[in-house]
Design a protein around this ligand. Structure first.
Ligand code: NAP
Length: 257
């Protein structure tokens, strides 16, 4: 078997759920896992059309994917999403990627209760809810992969405290689950991107006032791509990573070195 054919079949027979798979890093992860042979459930909250486009692109490339709606900030919708997975996909999940996230910023004295609650609901509680439901449906070789941020280990500037706190929190969850899930042959790992060119953090300085200062903080002096994050996720999802558990991998061009 050629190396390329082998990489296309590494995840054959596996069902992967990617939260926030409709855009940005999640879309790149969905495409990459499908290219390794997994059937990918591309979750979206608002961007149904974008999710359908990701699914169509995966199918066009010969892969398997389905869009699945559900606002992961809403516990009732998370419950319904897993009921759909049970009904339509046999209720066994092999890989879950906790990717959905929001970035809300502002100085402490102006930061609203609503923005605080939304950040925690999407970036922290949803990660817990989705991982808990997915882990119940996993067997030996299962994978819980959480997308944190390199701001989950350093506060780099003003206005980002709540987002930073949310990413410190998921680092704790991901590491704790390494202990909880290892007895069942399931790994839990954390991927911490640095600045990645997406709708959340465009590299284009004409639309994103933070872009140039972010770029200057990266030793590589550039933004990363969703694909660069997705490659690390695909590795963690692969059989080769079975003994990698509780790890944190920064994909940040050396920003937190
Ligand atoms: P993005 O371009 O804004 O995309 C966010 C994705 O999350 C969208 O697919 C969105 O789906 C989904 N989402 C948001 N709220 C959701 C909810 N309540 N339920 C379900 N899906 C929801 O962001 P991104 O840059 O790709 O970020 C992805 C992850 O990487 C986030 O956890 C983020 O914190 C992290 N990260 C990003 C960067 C960066 O520089 N871009 C750096 C470090 C970490 P809908 O449009 O359907 O709502």
């Amino acid at each position: 078997m050629s190396d390329q054919t082998q990489s296309q079949t590494l995840l054959k027979g596996k069902l992967a759920l990617v939260t926030g798979g409709s855009r940005g890093i999640g879309a790149a992860i969905s495409r990459k896992l499908a290219a390794s042979g997994a059937t990918v459930l591309v979750n979206f909250a608002k961007s149904e059309k974008a999710a359908s486009e990701v699914v169509a692109a995966i199918k066009e490339a010969g892969g398997a994917a389905h869009a699945i709606g559900g606002d992961v900030a809403d516990p009732a919708q998370v419950k319904r999403m897993f009921e759909t997975i049970d009904r339509q996909h046999g209720g066994k999940v092999d890989i879950v990627v906790n990717n959905a996230g929001v970035f809300l910023s502002g100085p402490l004295t102006d930061f609203s209760d609503a923005d605080f609650e939304k950040t925690i609901a999407v970036n922290v509680r949803a990660v817990f809810l989705v991982a808990r439901e997915a882990a119940k449906r996993m067997g030996q070789g299962g994978r819980v992969i959480t997308i944190g941020s390199n701001l989950g280990e350093r506060a780099i500037g003003a206005g980002m405290s709540v987002y930073t706190a949310s990413k410190f929190a998921v680092a704790g969850l991901a590491r704790g689950w390494a202990h909880d899930l290892a007895p069942r042959g399931i790994t839990s790992n954390l991927v911490q991107p640095g600045p990645i060119d997406t709708d959340m953090n465009p590299a284009d300085a004409t639309v994103n006032p933070m872009a140039e200062s972010m770029r200057q903080l990266v030793p590589a002096k550039r933004y990363g791509t969703g694909d660069e994050v997705a490659s690390v996720v695909a590795y963690l999802a692969s059989p080769a990573a079975q003994f990698v558990n509780g790890a944190t991998i920064n994909v940040d061009g050396g920003m937190n070195a």
